[in-house]
Design a protein around this ligand. Sequence first.
Ligand SMILES: Cc1ncc(C[n+]2csc(CCOP(=O)(O)OP(=O)(O)O)c2C)c(N)n1
Ligand SMILES: [Mg+2]
Length: 443
Amino acid sequence: MLHSLLFRHSSLLTRACSNGRTLSTSPASTSVGCVPTTHSSAVSKLAFFNSVTGDGSKIPNYRVLDTLGVPVEGAEVPKISKQFARQLYENMQLLPTLDDILCSGQRQGRIPFYATSYGEEATVIGSAAALADDDEVLCRTKFCVIYVFANSATAQYRETGVLLWRGFTLDGIMAQAFGNHEDSSKGRQIGVHYSSKQHHFHTISSPLATQIPQVAGVGFALKRDPARRSKNVACVFFGEGAASEGDFHAGMLLASTLPSPTLLLARNNGFAISTPNSQQFHGDGISARGPGYGMDTVRVDGNDVLAVMNAVKEARKRVSHHSTSDDSYVYRERQEVEDRKKNDNPITRFRLFMESRGWWNETDEEELASRLRRDVIKAFKRAETIKKPRLEDMFTDVYAEEPWNIKEQQEELVALLKKYEKVWEPWQNELGDLKDGGKKLSD
Ligand SMILES: Cc1ncc(C[n+]2csc(CCOP(=O)(O)OP(=O)(O)O)c2C)c(N)n1
Ligand SMILES: [Mg+2]
């Protein structure tokens, strides 16, 4: 599931008070003026509240399709063609295909690390389809509820689908997984930490939530750029666990006080590694925080690709003007995970919708599954044979002028190479995997 929050500020009430035209715009008969510091109406009755809905209910979950892929009563089904629906479906199916092969590749020791997108296919592909391909994305990318806070794209680590939607190739995915010399980060990043300037996909960093204050800055930069001002938004993806970091609040405050075309998408998959939602927050989830920052907010069913697409599209319109290191079965019942996959699978839900329109059938499914698997395995095997980046690349690209400590480390490595490269077999083997065999540095 996915929830989304859309943010915007300056309510009518605020403006009415600050303009001084009226002291109270509150419909409450008990209103006795306006408190200057908050511009809220003054009342004589003591009342506490802990819900943003006014009546104590939970914020509702926006949905277009039910779990059987049938449009729910009153929902607006986006007008998409058969071809576009198939494109959505194909991209959603590509994610678990990649996940299956790369996860088993990691278990076989062929790649060092991986994080899957299982269950988050609708959230990520639905959002990607609603964004413009040159909107800026910042991420850190499992099952999820999305909250869209609308204001620009940055990612966490489960948003590979955004890159795929934008045309990032399977060879690019595999180069990153193996850290070979075709990888845009030259093998210096941990797995799934993608980076692509061409695809407006900002480099993923491991510390949770750092991307949230950054996106407020990216959004502000877009606003200041006449060529992109009313054309692009900045969009950040983060998990509900990341929303427990101080950086979440810093980013929300920045995005709301410096208005900019920024979209914040919180994916709530119920867990931050082994910590369940019940231990992460008290209150109505992450979405309840949006209005506290004066941001337009919506909670969306993240297993519903059409709902996600509608919500992100609307949010965009408004603002324009876990990993292979962990075993979830230790903290989640195997049955719970299996049931969830069966009972409310975002891919199955959309497949049922497509079948009801006569856009998809069993033959299409079999053809797609074998084609995706073949393509992914081919890219995996190719990347495995490609040499790793040159050794000297370890020291470049961060500083314009090499600082003394980096120089010192490089000199130390050169000395070690001179001493051991010809006499110690493990080093000889490792150097043999590098693009230039480590020669340039040792010369
Ligand atoms: C600042 C920081 N603390 C801890 C970690 C270790 N860590 C990596 S992923 C993760 C859980 C994140 O949960 P969530 O944001 O909900 O994303 P999900 O994995 O569920 O998609 C943690 C605690 C980290 N990377 N950075
Ligand atoms: Mg989570």
